[in-house]
Design a protein around this ligand. Sequence first.
Ligand SMILES: [Zn+2]
Length: 255
Amino acid sequence: MKSKLAFFACILGMQLSFTTLHSQTIQDNGDFLLIADAPGEGFENAYHLLADRSRIIDMLNDLNSFLALPYNINIHFQDNEGPYYYQGNIMMNYGFLNHVYSVFNEAGYIETQEDLDMILDVVEFVLYHEIGHALVEAYAIPITGKEEDAVDGLASVLISEVLEDPEMALVVADLFALQDEQVEEFEEAHFWDEHSLDAQRYYNILCWFYGSNPEQYQSVIEEEGLAQQRAVRCPGEYQQLFNSWGRLLAPYIKE
Ligand SMILES: [Zn+2]
């Protein structure tokens, strides 16, 4: 992992410059805890994919070494419920891994065992998203606008800054594009839902990925159909996300 360094070290820098504003010091009274239930029938492959590749454990170890939490936050993998966050518990489900597998498999993405890593790319993104909700509650972080979009932004920043392979953001964007293609007709539920539409989440994630390093990811604009009118704003949008989440998390970074 190029890990931690960029984002968390940068936050640590922010923390120093904000210590005069934030005189409170946070006690580290908790961790992200992984609870993985034995899988029921039909969920064994998903369970083994998670268990055999230690990515989730590595991810949580990193977060625990950097973030001071006021209480434990449980990440509960089980068959069907989730993904969502509720009162100190993140519910993640093997059924969601099955869903991602079937979407990618139908699209012809899964040909080798290595391709299964794409499923874990999505799981990591979704877990960062749910962790975002958990942090908003744990730290009483002020959010204006849609919290769902805000925590997609946090997940995008963490993927870009913390992970060895930020291109996994493209895999996540792809899932939203493929799910959008499955929609035959928009219903009211698409509009009252607290999440942005899958097509919007696709373009947001794409935009922030491109914005995180415009020189390196220039080709993404043409290949993925991100319009110039949006693309020109993406580096600024990404920088704003980076700075905002950095400031909001700064008081809780362990030195
Ligand atoms: Zn959410």
